[in-house]
Design a protein around this ligand. Structure first.
Ligand SMILES: Cc1cc2nc3c(=O)[nH]c(=O)nc-3n(C[C@H](O)[C@H](O)[C@H](O)COP(=O)(O)O)c2cc1C
Length: 234
């Protein structure tokens, strides 16, 4: 798969089929993930795969509880999802959150059917910086394998219980960074077009100065098989 296709179409997929993901596919996903950059190449990461139905059932209960806590925070204006980026219309943000919640409801309601969970642990992940490259590599590799998924963090709302269930040696400093829910998607892959364009989130040499070029639409896939000609501005 072309790397740009993977980068543009690795959407978060929450509607997943229960079909198992073969072990060699799982191995390719993690083998790609461990190639990711990490500070000092200390590789203080651990990927814990969960596919045991009983364990998934227990985690499903926790996931639904943790999600309720997250949306409680959200409705009282707290938590990372509550506030739109500066300059972004709050109504559009609310609509976006409504859509994500709907999709998340499906994931929560069908949690037991998710064929594979990857719990990602790290020691001192530097606010995520030291582990997100590996997580993103895993999701991109999964995309190349036709496997979809979503990165979730809500289970951190009840991480003590999760650590206990999974036997995590927390005394060594391991902390859950995220949980990836993986499976073959029910829907189709599409370009993540719901992003602010480059010129609205970038600048050059000074915060208020234009980046220098406008990108009117996603540059992949090339329109009519030709590359979009970009106009310099500013
Ligand atoms: C740090 C982080 C935490 C996230 N946590 C969750 C989560 O707990 N549950 C969920 O359904 N999606 C979660 N997501 C996925 C985002 O909702 C998703 O990336 C965003 O809505 C854009 O979706 P798209 O790439 O499909 O357009 C998380 C993503 C990141 C980067």
């Amino acid at each position: 798969m072309d790397i740009y296709e993977a980068l543009y179409t690795t959407r978060m997929m929450r509607r997943l089929r229960p079909d198992p993901i073969p072990l060699d596919t799982q191995a390719r996903i993690l083998d790609a993930a461990v190639r990711a950059p990490n500070g000092g190449n200390t590789q203080r990461w651990h990927f814990l795969a969960v596919d045991d139905p009983k364990l998934k059932g227990q985690l499903a209960q926790l996931f639904r509880q943790a999600r309720a806590v997250e949306y409680e925070k959200f409705s009282s204006g707290m938590g990372p999802m509550a506030v739109a980026a500066p300059g972004v219309d709050p109504t559009a943000h609310a609509e976006n959150m409504r859509r994500i919640k709907g999709s998340g409801n499906y994931l929560a309601d069908h949690f037991e059917e998710i064929p594979l969970l990857f719990f990602v642990f790290a020691i001192d992940d530097l606010g995520g910086a030291n582990i997100y490259p590996a997580i993103w590599s895993a999701l991109l590799a999964a995309r190349a394998e036709g496997v979809g998924g979503v990165m979730t963090m809500v289970l951190r709302n009840c991480e003590d219980k999760v650590n206990e269930l999974l036997g995590v040696p927390v005394e060594e400093g391991w902390k859950m960074s995220a949980m990836l829910a993986l499976g073959y998607p029910r829907g189709r892959w599409g370009v993540a077009a719901n992003r602010l364009p480059v010129q609205e989130v970038s600048s050059r040499n000074h915060w208020d100065a234009p980046f220098g070029v406008e990108v009117p639409q996603p540059l992949w896939p090339p329109q009519d098989g030709t590359e979009t000609v970009l106009t310099a501005v500013g």
